[in-house]
Design a protein around this ligand. Structure first.
Ligand SMILES: C[S@@+](CC[C@H](N)C(=O)[O-])C[C@H]1O[C@@H](n2cnc3c(N)ncnc32)[C@H](O)[C@@H]1O
Length: 275
C-alpha cells in the first residue's frame, strides 16, 4: 500500500501500467519509472483522485484518458533549443544535405512544434526549404494541435530570439513570425512544407524514408531496452547516408551501432548512417 503522501507505490504503478496497456493499448512499460511516478502523482493531485478513482475514470471516460496522455508526457520545448546543436547541424550536416534531391526531416517527439519550425528556418537559411519536407510527430495529440497552428506566446519569443542569435544565422527570429497582440504567428512559408501527426515511438512503425531524423529530449524518458527498439526504428527509417540527431543528452549507447553509424559530432550526438 502507498501512504497518502506517496499517492502511488512502485508496485501500484506497475499494475496501472499493465492495466492501461490492456484497456487502451498504450504501452508505458519501457518508460522510466521515476518520471512516470512523478507524473501520475501530479495527475492524482490535480484531480484529487485516489488510485481506485483514477482507474475508474480512465476506463469510463475516454476524454479523460486523452487528458491523462497530455499530463503524463513532458512537453517542454523551445525554438532553437540548445543553439550549439543547430550550429553543429549547420556546419556538419547541411553540407551533405545539398547532395540529396529531396530533404525529408522527421522530428520525433516534436511537442508543440518549435523544433520543426527551427529546422524549417535553418533549411530556409541554407536555401533548401523549397525541396524539403518536415514531419513532426508526437504521442500527444493536444501538443500537435498547437504545432499545427504555429502560434506561440509572444513572451516566449524573447528566449527564442536569444537562442536564434546564438546559432550565428543573420537577421533575427522576428523575421519569421508576425506579432498579433500577445501571440507570435509563424510565417506561412515555414508551415507549408510541414506536417504534424500522431506517431507513437513505442508501437508505431516506419512511415517514410528520411534524410534527417531529430529526436531530442525524448529517449531520456525511456529505459535502455525501449531506447534500443526506437533507435532501430530510426535506423530503419533513414536513407543511406542519412543523419540521426539526438542532441547532448542522448546517445547511441544502448544500440549496437558498429558498422551502422559513424559519429559526426560526439557532443551533440549526431550520427550518419553508413551501413
Ligand atoms: C521534452 S519534449 C521534447 C520536445 C523537443 N524534441 C525538444 O527537444 O525540445 C518530449 C516529447 O516526447 C513526446 N513523447 C513521449 N513519449 C512518446 C512516444 N512514445 N512517442 C512519441 N512521442 C513521445 C512527449 O509527448 C513530448 O512532447
Amino acid at each position: 500500500m502507498s501512504t497518502s503522501a506517496e499517492r502511488i507505490s512502485y508496485n501500484e504503478l506497475e499494475e496501472l501500467i499493465i492495466w492501461i496497456n490492456h484497456i487502451h493499448g498504450f504501452d508505458f512499460r519501457g518508460y522510466s519509472r521515476a518520471s512516470l511516478k512523478r507524473r501520475v502523482t501530479r495527475i492524482m493531485d490535480m484531480y484529487g483522485l485516489q488510485l481506485f478513482d483514477l482507474k475508474g475514470i480512465l476506463v469510463n471516460d475516454h476524454s479523460f484518458f486523452e487528458e491523462f496522455i497530455v499530463q503524463i508526457t513532458v512537453n517542454v520545448t523551445e525554438m532553437f533549443r540548445d543553439p550549439s546543436f543547430f550550429r553543429s547541424v549547420k556546419e556538419k550536416v547541411v553540407p551533405y544535405l545539398s547532395s540529396f534531391p529531396r530533404v525529408k526531416v522527421w522530428n520525433a517527439g516534436c511537442s508543440t512544434g518549435e523544433e520543426s519550425y527551427s529546422f524549417a528556418i535553418l533549411l530556409k537559411q541554407e536555401g533548401l526549404l523549397d525541396r524539403s519536407f518536415l514531419y513532426g510527430t508526437d504521442i500527444n495529440p493536444r501538443v500537435l494541435e498547437v504545432a499545427k497552428t504555429g502560434v506561440y506566446s509572444l513572451s516566449n519569443m524573447k528566449q527564442y530570439s536569444e537562442n536564434y542569435l546564438l546559432t550565428g544565422y543573420p537577421g533575427s527570429m522576428s523575421d519569421y513570425y508576425t506579432a498579433q497582440y500577445d501571440a507570435a504567428a509563424i510565417h506561412h512559408e515555414l508551415k507549408k512544407n510541414t506536417l504534424f501527426s500522431v506517431h507513437n515511438l513505442v508501437s508505431d512503425e516506419v512511415f517514410n524514408e528520411f534524410q534527417v531524423i531529430s529526436c531530442r529530449n525524448v529517449l531520456i524518458y525511456f529505459n535502455s531496452d525501449l531506447q534500443r527498439r526506437v533507435l532501430q526504428l530510426f535506423y530503419d527509417s533513414l536513407c543511406s547516408f542519412g543523419f540521426l540527431c539526438l542532441g547532448a543528452k542522448e546517445s547511441l549507447r544502448s544500440f549496437d551501432s558498429a558498422g551502422k553509424f559513424r559519429i559526426v559530432d560526439k557532443s551533440e550526438n549526431i550520427y550518419q548512417k553508413i551501413g
